[in-house]
Design a protein. Structure first.
Ligand code: SAH
Length: 346
C-alpha cells in the first residue's frame, strides 16, 4: 500500500534530534534511533530494544523505514552471489558479491535502469526508472556484507559502483550513501576501498574533484577515438573525449588519485593498432592504469570479444609505454551477474 508517512532515513542526525526535542523528549533519543537506523540497520521500529514501546509506536505513526528486501539470491559456481533487490515501491535492482582470495567486493546499483545508452550493456536496454535513494544504496552494501560474513566468513572489504545505472547521474545520493558507508556511524569503511565507475560526465567529475572526495575513480573508456566511442556510447556525442580529458586532468590535479580506465576490446570495433595508439595518448594526459575487461555477451552477437592476438597487442603496446595494464576475467557469468549483464532477468 502507498504510504504518506515520511522515510525516517531521509532525516539527518540533527533533524532526528530536533524531532525528538519537538516531541518533548531528549535530543539524545535521536542519536539512539539514528544508530539503530544506520549502523545497526534495523528494519522495524520494534527492533529498537532500548527505545520505549511508547516511543516506538509514536515513530511508527509518523514514519516508515523503507528498507530493501533481497527478493532472490542466486549463487554462481565461482562463489559470486547476485541479489535481486526489491525497493519499497516494488521496483527491482541488482547487486553482486564478488569473492576473491583476500577480499570480497560488492558491486552495487545507483539507478533503476540507466540514463545512458551504451550499445553493449544489458542495463541500457531498461530505461531509467528512477534514482536510488542514499539508504537504498547503503542497504545493498549491508546486505552483501551480511552475505559475505555468512558464506565467506569475512566482512565485505571493497565496493564498486559498477552495477545498474550511472552513478554520476545520481550524484547527490551516491555521495550521501558513500558518506554513510564510510562514517563510523555507518559501516566505517575506508573510502580508498570504494570505486565509483562512470561513463564520464565531465561536469560531475570536476565537481567531485572540487569536493576532494577520497574514493577512487574508474572511467569506462572503451575507445579513445571520438567517432568509435560515439558509435558504441552515443552520449559521447554530448560529452566528447576532449571534455572528458580536461575533467580528468582537473581530477588528478585536485585529488592526486590516479584514474582507472575500463576497456573492452571488441572484434572489428577497437582491435586495431590505431585504437591502441589512441589509448596510449589518452593515458598520458593524467596518471592512470588500464583494466582490460572481458566482454560478457548480452545477446545478438553484434559485439564479440576480440581475439587473443588483439589483446596481446594491447598489453604489449601499453606496457612498452609504461602504462600499467591488467587483464580482468569476469565472474558470475553463469548467473548473468557479470559487468553489463544486470537486467533483472531473474
Ligand atoms: N555506468 C557506469 C557503471 C556501470 S557499468 C559506467 O559506465 O562505468 C560497469 C562497467 O561494465 C563499465 O565499465 C561498463 O562499460 C562495463 N560493461 C557494460 N556492459 C558490459 C558487457 N556486456 N561486458 C563487459 N563489460 C561491460
Amino acid at each position: 500500500m502507498e504510504t504518506k508517512k515520511k522515510d525516517i532515513r531521509a532525516l539527518t542526525k540533527e533533524q532526528l534530534r530536533e524531532f525528538f526535542v519537538q516531541q518533548g523528549d531528549k535530543a539524545f533519543r535521536g542519536n539512539q534511533v539514528y544508530e539503530w537506523l544506520w549502523s545497526k540497520s534495523a528494519h522495524h521500529f520494534d527492533d529498537m530494544t532500548n527505545i520505549s514501546k511508547q516511543t516506538r509506536d509514536m515513530l511508527d505513526a509518523n514514519f516508515v523505514i523503507n528498507h530493501i528486501e533481497v527478493d532472490a539470491m542466486q549463487k554462481s559456481s565461482d562463489g559470486t552471489i547476485k541479489n535481486a533487490v526489491r525497493l519499497h515501491d516494488g521496483l527491482i535492482v541488482e547487486s553482486v558479491l564478488i569473492p576473491a582470495k583476500n577480499r570480497t567486493t560488492a558491486c552495487v546499483s545507483s539507478q533503476v535502469g540507466c540514463s545512458l545508452d551504451c550499445k553493449f550493456c544489458a542495463t541500457a536496454r531498461l530505461k531509467r526508472m528512477r534514482n536510488l535513494n542514499p539508504d537504498e544504496i547503503y542497504d545493498q552494501v549491508v546486505a552483501i556484507d551480511q552475505e559475505s560474513r555468512l558464506y565467506h566468513d569475512r566482512p565485505l572489504s571493497n565496493i564498486v559502483f559498477m552495477g545498474m545505472g550511472e552513478p554520476l547521474m545520481n550524484y547527490n545520493n551516491v555521495l550521501k550513501a558513500i558518506d554513510k558507508i564510510t562514517s563510523p556511524e555507518g559501516l566505517g569503511m575506508s573510502p580508498k576501498r570504494i570505486v565509483v565507475s562512470t561513463s564520464g560526465v565531465p561536469k560531475m567529475i570536476k565537481k567531485m574533484a572540487d569536493e576532494e572526495v577520497k574514493f577512487k575513480l574508474a572511467v569506462s573508456l572503451h575507445s579513445a577515438i571520438d567517432e568509435v566511442r560515439t558509435s558504441i556510447m552515443p552520449f559521447n556525442a554530448t560529452f566528447p573525449l576532449s571534455d572528458l580529458r580536461e575533467s580528468l586532468q582537473y581530477w588528478y590535479a585536485k585529488t592526486k588519485n590516479r584514474i582507472t580506465y575500463e576497456y573492452v576490446v571488441w572484434k572489428g570495433i577497437n582491435d586495431k593498432r590505431k585504437d591502441v595508439d589512441a589509448l596510449v595518448e589518452f593515458c598520458k594526459f593524467a596518471p592512470s592504469k588500464v583494466n582490460l575487461i572481458e566482454y560478457n555477451p548480452i545477446d545478438d552477437g553484434e559485439f564479440q570479444q576480440a581475439n587473443n592476438e588483439a589483446l596481446d597487442m594491447y598489453v604489449n603496446v601499453l606496457e612498452k609505454n609504461n602504462i600499467t595494464v591488467t587483464v580482468r576475467r569476469s565472474r558470475g557469468k553463469d548467473i548473468d551477474a557479470a559487468c553489463g549483464q544486470l537486467a533483472n532477468k531473474s
